[in-house]
Design a binder for this molecule. Sequence first.
Ligand code: HAM
Length: 416
Amino acid sequence: MIQAPKGTYDVLPQDVERRRVLTGHAEHILGAAGYRRIETPSFESTELFARGVGEATDIVQKEMYSFDDGGGRSLTLRPEGTAPVCRAYIEHGMHKLPPPVKLWYLSSFFRAENPQKGRYRQFWQVGAEVIGSDSPETDAELIVLLAELLEAMGVKGTRLRIASLGQPETRGAYREELTAYLRAHEDELSDEVRARIDLNPMRAFDASDPGTKAVMAGAPLLLDRLASDDAEHFAQVRALLDTADVGYELDPTLVRGLDYYTRTVFEFTSDALGAQSGVGGGGRYDRLIEQLGGQSTPGIGWAAGLERILLAAPEQPVAADLVDLLVTVADRESREAHQAAFVIAHEARRAGLAAQLELTGRSLKSALKHADRIQARYVAIVNDGEQTSLKDMSSSEQKELATGAVIAAILRGHGL
Ligand code: HAM
């Protein structure tokens, strides 16, 4: 039997309602704040992600589905949405629009990761990007909007962590300082941390062995090394979050897996999730548009995993689909009856009713049973082309009507 590829899943009809609810909340919350929806292609030039996300990131190094397009060009299934949205911003000259340009998306993304609960190879993100404003209000507003979305979905046990990464130059100098600090304490570190000092000194903050932890308690922090305007920007973002009553924790060691970030970064986690606790996150990317060939333009955004939101949100009872009418025939051999039934179902839908035609040749008895199962309000039983019995399923009352009068009778019964 052929199965869905590892790390992918089918969205079955019974799964659609919760996704629709999420789409509705996103449309409502982001739409009201002036965001407009954008969708970009599922694949892009590999170079976009190499340049945008960063050559050295895990995503670019290990997780991209890249392929040759047959003409010697390398394409990649998009692993994230920020670089594509910035590419579209530049390509469509959106800098000519009144700034800031506020966009949102709900799209699928692809990463060749090891699948586990909440981690897939094809997954969905709802994301928002604001291009053309570097005000701290933009940062705070975006964070508040994600908090609202998670709240609207009923996501349980959320925590927000925030930090500022400053500018790449500050980060470079800090990295050297941290590396030198780790070297000076090499004897006290675990073998694993020691081996990675040059490769990724920040990882030392995540180590769990007591020796390394003791060293890291005294390690220099990037947050203490920010340039004064970056520190001021961050202080203002925090003050705005306080004003909006959005709780957060300062996490000076918050690292995000993408290279484009500058200044504010943030992440929402949920206790309701297992190891993959990140529900959504994002940050500022003030250099990205320029890096991709556009004019220097600040940007900031976030993305939240649809699967993780749904895992961390309670199941809601799903209302059964409404069926106004099931149309069937009394005599399965009668061609005229089938034709008339077809026309009734078609016209009923044109009149705005949810109408289904009996399509499997069921006997009248099992068609009525089926009508009960799908909770149809009426069943139209076409006797011949001319005459139709209309059965009200709640009262079991049945009326004989001219076939052409059936829809009007239902509409009257509906009080329409
Ligand atoms: P990210 O942190 O890589 O950021 O992904 C955002 C969210 O996508 C995660 O918090 C998680 O919920 C979900 N996610 C990521 N990978 C997977 C996976 N393999 N399976 C299921 N869910 C996953 C970004 O992608 C940035 N583009 C966010 C951003 C927008 N930054 C600025 N603007």
